[in-house]
Write a protein that binds this ligand. Structure first.
Ligand code: ZN
Length: 564
């Protein structure tokens, strides 16, 4: 998904430390400074309000979700463009993980439940806002698999930034119906277990539409069937785990063209009037895929292929069916997104939304609280693409051009279990954080191996930040926990304090919320950096540089610097 808005921030004024005395105890290389810190203003009030009942129902992974493990969906529906309606069923197969008589599913309250069946047996159910508790007449046994058919119908409501499920028309007046529901939840147009932790292993998608239209969905196209009543059913098979919100229908009179990247099928679907523009613009798909393959390994959904599908909103990372609405021009919605000229060299939506195939779709967060795993990583993937295409220096400029968009008002990781999407710092601060980690590793061969292995370790899994930290800790000698915690669980970024009170020496330390924070950083002169290892305690080093001449590599580390 792409960020909401551009928030410009004036760079924070750096409060200067007033240090009254500096007692050097040279042999220990550490000192105490009795100083008076300039008072910093209190942080702004949290913008994260209390959870609603709907937030809790959606966000909690309670007994009736945890008691089962999703295996398979077959979503089989008919979409009527005239009535703006949907009707059909989702067949849900799951394995019980505990003996129980109830499971928790989700369907928007404005849609009708026609019936829920276990074979020939109708099941009772109870609705609570968008939650549907399904009750079974006898106990479902742990370890056994069960299949239910959830029949529903109704008029999905267009909503949210990307439409939820939107019934639009193309320029020629023909129906153009799309879904994009990461914010709202897949419940707004189909019944499912609507949370992030548990995914089906495979999914079949069967969409019946008037026969003059096509449906393009996720996965491999299995064929279409004329139903004899003016409708044709389009069948798709997803052969990998998939997020509920990634499941997508795109119904229109599309033109199709195809290509291949080695054995990977590339399929493109656009409105007829945009065919020639699309053939030019979508040529960027191949170098994009090649760039990401070179960093992370194979395209994650090889068996399902890769698609780009034109839609009336900016774009979305629908798995193996990436949707595109960037107007067939470079940049992001026809502008220089990062303001330094680099964004105009490529199509932001092709690169960003396809980058999510690796982080977001293959490696997925298990709770929306940890959505930086999708957006921070994918924004970083933009810079990896820039590095592959235009070189290292351009990539570093690209990463740093995101600084003005960072607010540092709330931690990137939000409270768990209440479905609260993190603020947009997860994109920009997330990528600046990853660029910082690269500088801490300070060995690009090791860094490229590390990020590749993060992907390979966690692909097709739903993970939390703790899993990433554990992996970093297991792969290197460093304890990364305080670094991750400071950047992801605190609002403020680290401040490197440099004090020049005695000629010929400098005292330095990190000012952070995390007491155990310790991170190397390059200081000195550009091109001739010295790596120091500050902690949150003062250290002293000899230096011929002074307050004006001591530099810090702030394009390689996302930090504040205070000199006194
Ligand atoms: Zn995104």
């Amino acid at each position: 998904m792409v960020h909401d808005q551009i928030v410009l921030r004036t760079f924070r004024c750096i409060a200067v430390l007033a240090v009254s005395t500096l007692a050097l105890i040279v042999p220990l290389w550490t000192v105490n400074i009795k100083g008076q810190q300039a008072s910093t203003p209190p942080p702004p009030p949290s913008t994260i309000g209390p959870p609603t009942r709907a937030d809790l129902l959606r966000g909690q992974y309670g007994r009736y979700r945890a008691n089962n493990d999703l295996l398979f969906y077959h979503l089989d529906v008919r979409v009527d463009p005239d009535k703006k309606s949907i009707a059909g069923k989702n067949t849900i197969r799951f394995r019980m993980l505990a003996d129980d008589t109830r499971i928790q599913l989700d369907l928007a309250a404005n849609l009708n439940i026609d019936k829920v069946m276990l074979g020939a047996t109708p099941l009772k159910y109870e609705r609570d806002l968008d939650t549907v508790y399904v009750d079974f007449p006898s106990t479902l046994r742990s370890g056994r698999e069960y299949t239910i058919d959830f029949h529903y119908s109704g008029l999905p409501q267009e909503q949210g930034r990307f439409g939820g499920m939107a019934f639009r028309t193309d320029g020629a007046g023909h129906p153009w119906i799309t879904t994009a529901c990461e914010d709202e939840g897949a419940r707004v147009w189909w019944p499912n277990k609507d949370q992030w932790r548990d995914e089906v292993e495979r999914m079949q998608i069967s969409i019946a539409v008037p026969s003059d239209l096509m449906d393009i969905s996720n996965g491999r196209f299995m064929g279409k069937t004329d139903l004899g009543d003016g409708y044709t059913r389009w069948d798709w098979l997803v052969q990998y785990p998939i997020n509920n919100y990634s499941v997508s229908v795109n119904i229109a009179r599309y033109e199709h063209f195809a290509d291949k990247l080695d054995d990977l099928p590339l399929d493109f679907y656009v409105l007829p009037q945009n065919l020639e523009k699309a053939k030019r613009q979508f040529a960027q798909a191949k170098p994009m895929l090649e760039a990401f393959r070179s960093y992370f390994g194979e395209y994650p959904f090889e068996k399902d292929g890769f698609k780009l599908i034109e839609v009336p909103y900016s774009g979305m990372e629908h798995q193996s069916a990436v949707t595109y609405g960037n107007g067939f021009v470079n940049g992001y919605l026809d502008r220089d997104w990062t303001g330094i000229g680099i964004s105009l060299k490529f199509d932001f939506i092709i690169v960003h939304e396809s980058g999510h195939e690796w982080f977001g779709n293959a490696v997925s967060a298990a709770d929306v609280s940890d959505m930086w795993i999708h957006e921070g990583w994918t924004t970083y993937l933009e810079s990896l693409y820039v590095e592959k295409m235009f070189g290292h220096d351009e990539a570093i400029r690209y990463v740093n051009s995101y600084k003005p968009k960072v607010q540092n008002r709330e931690p990137i990781i939000t409270q768990r279990g209440m479905h609260r999407q993190p603020q947009q710092d997860m994109y920009f601060k997330g990528t600046l954080f990853l660029n910082t980690l690269r500088s801490v590793v300070n060995d690009d061969t090791a860094w490229w191996a590390l990020v590749r292995d993060v992907y390979q370790q966690f692909k097709y899994r739903n993970i939390m930040t703790e899993d990433v930290v554990r992996f970093f800790n297991s792969r290197t000698a460093r304890d990364w926990t305080p670094i991750f915690d400071q950047y992801l669980r605190r609002s403020a970024i680290p401040t490197l304090q440099l004090a020049f009170n005695e000629p010929g020496s400098m005292a330095y330390r990190w000012k952070t919320d995390e007491r155990a924070f310790a991170m190397p950083v390059r200081i000195g002169r550009p091109g001739n950096w010295t790596i120091v290892e500050p902690t949150t305690d003062w250290k002293v080093m000899p230096t011929s540089l002074g307050k004006e001449t001591m530099d810090v590599a702030t394009d390689l580390y996302y930090i504040n610097v205070e000199k006194s």
